[in-house]
Structure formats: C-alpha cells, structure tokens
Write a protein that binds this ligand. Sequence first.
Ligand code: NAD
Length: 508
Amino acid sequence: MSTTRTGTTAANIEKAAHALERFRAAPLGHFIAGRPQPGTSGELFDDLSPIGGNRLCQVVCGNEQDVDAAAQAARAAFPAWRQVPGESRRALLHRIADLIVARSEQIALIECMDTGQALRFMSKAAERAAENFRFFAERAPGAADGLALPAAEHMNYTVRQPIGPVAVITPWNTPFMLSTWKIAPALAAGCTVVHKPAEWSPLTAMLLAEIVTEAGVPPGVLNLVNGIGERTGRFLTEHPAIRATAFIGESSTGSLVMSQGAPTLKRVHLELGGKNPVIVFEDADLERALDAVIFMIYSLNGERCTSSSRLLVQRSIHDRFVARLAERIGRLKVGHPLDPATEIGPLIHARHLGKVLSYFDVARDEGAEIRCGGRPAALGGNFVEPTLLTGARNDMRIAQEEIFGPVLTVVPFQDEAEALALANDVRYGLTAYIWTENAGRALRMAHAVDAGMVWVNSENNRHLPTPFGGMKASGIGRDGGDYSFDFYMETKNICLAHGTHRVPRLGT
Ligand code: NAD
C-alpha cells in the first residue's frame, strides 16, 4: 500500500466506508422541489461495488409519477428562476463551487467507490466540477446578451432567454464532473433542471443536489430522479414540461433519446461515443507521443469518451513504438481505486467487464495479436489487465467499435493519405490526436479529419471556453463557453421600426 498527498490506502478505505454509511442506511431516492423524496414506485435496484460486487446501496427506480413530480417542480420553479438577475445567479453558482470544494474529499472517495475510477484522477473531479460552476457563474450576467443588427428603417436586436425546464441525463464513467458540465450552464442560463444519473453510479448526484440547495438555489431549480434508463430516463425525455434534453451516453441511446423526444419536439444535445484515432507520424516527438498515447487510453480505466482507443502509427516506427508501449503497459499499476498509486481500477460493472472481455475473443477470431493483457486481472472483481491489440486492420471490430475499457488497438499506416483515410473510416467523430513536428502536415490532417475536437501534439487538454462535442455518431451540438448557451437558451429577434418605412396598405 502506498502513501502520497492523497493519503494511504487504508486511511482512504476507512474514510470512504464512513462516507458511504449514509447510503446503506436507507434506499437512495429522488430529490424533488428542494427535498429528498422516496418516490411512489416502491421498486428498488442495487448499486454494486465495482471492486467486489457487493451492494453499496439500494436505489429507488423512479416511475412515471416520480418523473412527473420532478418535471412539475422544475416547471413551477422556472418563472421565478429565470427572473433572478444574472449577478445573483453568478453569486449562487460561486457558492455552489465553494461548497463542492469544501466537500471535495467526500465526493472523490464516494465517486471512486461507486465507479471504480482511481483516486489519482477522481481527487480532481470535484475541483473540475467547481471550475465548471465558476466558469459559468462568470458568464451568467451576460448570458442574455445578443446582437445589434440594424437595417435602414428598422432596428433589429437579439436577446437570449432560457428555454425552460431541461432534462440532464448522464453516464456512469465520471458522473459528478460530467453532470456539472451540463447543470452549471443550464442554471447560469436561467433554466431549471431534472437530472437523471446513471443507474450504475448514482451516489454523487445526490451530493450535488444537496449542495445546490445548501447554496441557496430555490427549491425545484435542480431536481433529481433516480432510475433505470429505459424507463425513468424514457419518461423524462417524453415529458411535455421538459423543453430540451442534454444527454451524455452511448450513440444507440442517443438515437432513442431523439426519437422519444420527437413527439414533444424537444431540442436535444447529444454527447455520445467515440473510437478516437491517435495518429503518430515518424517525425513526431516520440517520447511525448508515447506518454500521451498511454495516458489517453489507460487513464480513467479507458472508460472515457475521448480516449484514444485507436493508435494509427506510421510503419517506419511501428515496431519500435509498439515495443516501448508494451514495456510501459506492462508496468501500469492495476489496483484498488483508493490506493493513491493505482493507475487502473476495476471496471464499473460485471456486465461491462463481460463486454470488454468479449473483445479479446473478437480480437483472436479476427486474427489480431494480443500483445499485452487480454485477461481479467488476478485481483478478481471487475479488474481487467491493460491490453494492447496489434496486427489489426481498420475494418476489424476491435478497430471500429467502442470497447470503453483499457484496450488499445494498433493499426499501421504508410503515409499521410492512408493515415487520413483510416482515421475517417469509422462511424464516430469525437476527437483526434495528431503527433507530428511538421506544421503543414498537422494543419492538413487537423482540417481533414472527421472529429469535433482535434489535439495536435497534445493529450486531451480542456479549456472551458472552447467547443466540446462530436461529429457523425459521436453527437450533435457543442458544450463549453457560449456554445452551451446556444443549447440552453432561445435566441429571440426584436425588430423596432423607425416609423419611416411604408407599411403596405390593403383594402383601400
Ligand atoms: P448509456 O447510453 O447506457 O446511458 C447513459 C444514460 O442514459 C444513463 O443515465 C442511462 O440510465 C440513460 N438511458 C438509458 N436508456 C435510456 C433511454 N431509453 N432514455 C433515456 N435515458 C436512457 O451510456 P453509459 O453506458 O452510461 O455511458 C457510456 C457511454 O457514454 C459511452 O458510449 C461513452 O463514450 C459515452 N460518453 C460520452 C461522452 C461525451 O462527452 N461524448 C462523455 C462520457 C461518456
């Protein structure tokens, strides 16, 4: 067991057990109109530990009435919340950020235990969530700002107003941080929210609801319903009081969210899956590229939408680069998520482990080589060995499908044209990472690759004003900066006449 600034494993486990006690005491319900609510369904499901599969908590599965109560609470709170001046919303959002920071250790420990993500990454989850609130806090006063668009005899100007109550539906991989990425701009814009967290990691969503209330945000502005996606999530996306759905999850679920919202003409924002290429040319700074390739697929257990799960590497350096990769992968530390030394924790759920393991058979059947890993890790639970698949072709399933685990597929390429063709020959288009010291090539590739976000000579490095989102099956819409307000707000044009133009006269 190791010690770092994030404590010792034993001390962390003890603190986590203490933090989780409240969830053992009673089933986790909803949070509606400023209060915890047990719901009306009486139906419960288990939230299981990724480490040993034991039950962390029982969770209420929201039925149609529960979803309706949450949506009605959001509808009732909207008229007053939209009138709260931007400066006051700014102060409230900063207060939320302060409270998140004050509870950051508790949030990190619970998040690790619920998701299996390693503490070295989750210790920053609360900080990043707080940053999201601070960033959109500062933008709240200007959220309604528009443009002046004068014509000869008319003055046009635009204003933005909040779209109304919105649904926020989030996945299980880094739930706390991801939910704030949606909820902070929604609240800054003046929208009210019903949040449905993922059924495999629902715990920290309740902490956020409590924090938002403690900060002084009025009841009904942020509501939470727990439940199973196909039912609770579906009811929410169908509810007529909900004007828009901000969704993060799988591409196939994104399609359902769109169709479920179609009868009520809901606006949808979809952040979906990826099979993101990291393209390493022979002229790259190979040491930095190696670090970034490893970080972008093996951090967060590879359960990250922006993971560089497809390594396209130039043939001239392929063997050398892959040998270095294999050596480093062999040294990755798989362990308890609360061990500060752990780099890879257990996968979220036994079912997800089964999915990831199934790709090792697919790799063998397709004729690829399992160069590292390819088995459950000896620790039991949902642990899996970090895996490197080589000798792959881009048309293999291991190069086309999102595995969402610590599994890297390597495909060699000959030249720039082939690299581009391989990069784009996939249904997804979330991110791309390009490694070359040739500036012209970097520009050519960056402009031609099908990806909503491109990093050149860098791992994923987020800057909150920049747009975040994907092309093709990776999503619709952008988050970040002002782009978030395009989703959570309506743009209205107001046209005033100077009183000089000729009004057409009929019936004279
Ligand atoms: P998922 O699609 O199974 O579930 C996501 C959420 O949708 C959960 O809360 C679930 O309960 C809910 N849901 C399921 N069916 C629903 C339905 N019919 N109607 C409404 N809601 C429903 O995804 P997951 O397995 O939780 O998360 C992993 C996926 O999320 C991966 O594909 C990953 O790439 C993606 N992801 C994308 C981003 C991004 O920013 N693009 C970020 C993180 C994760």
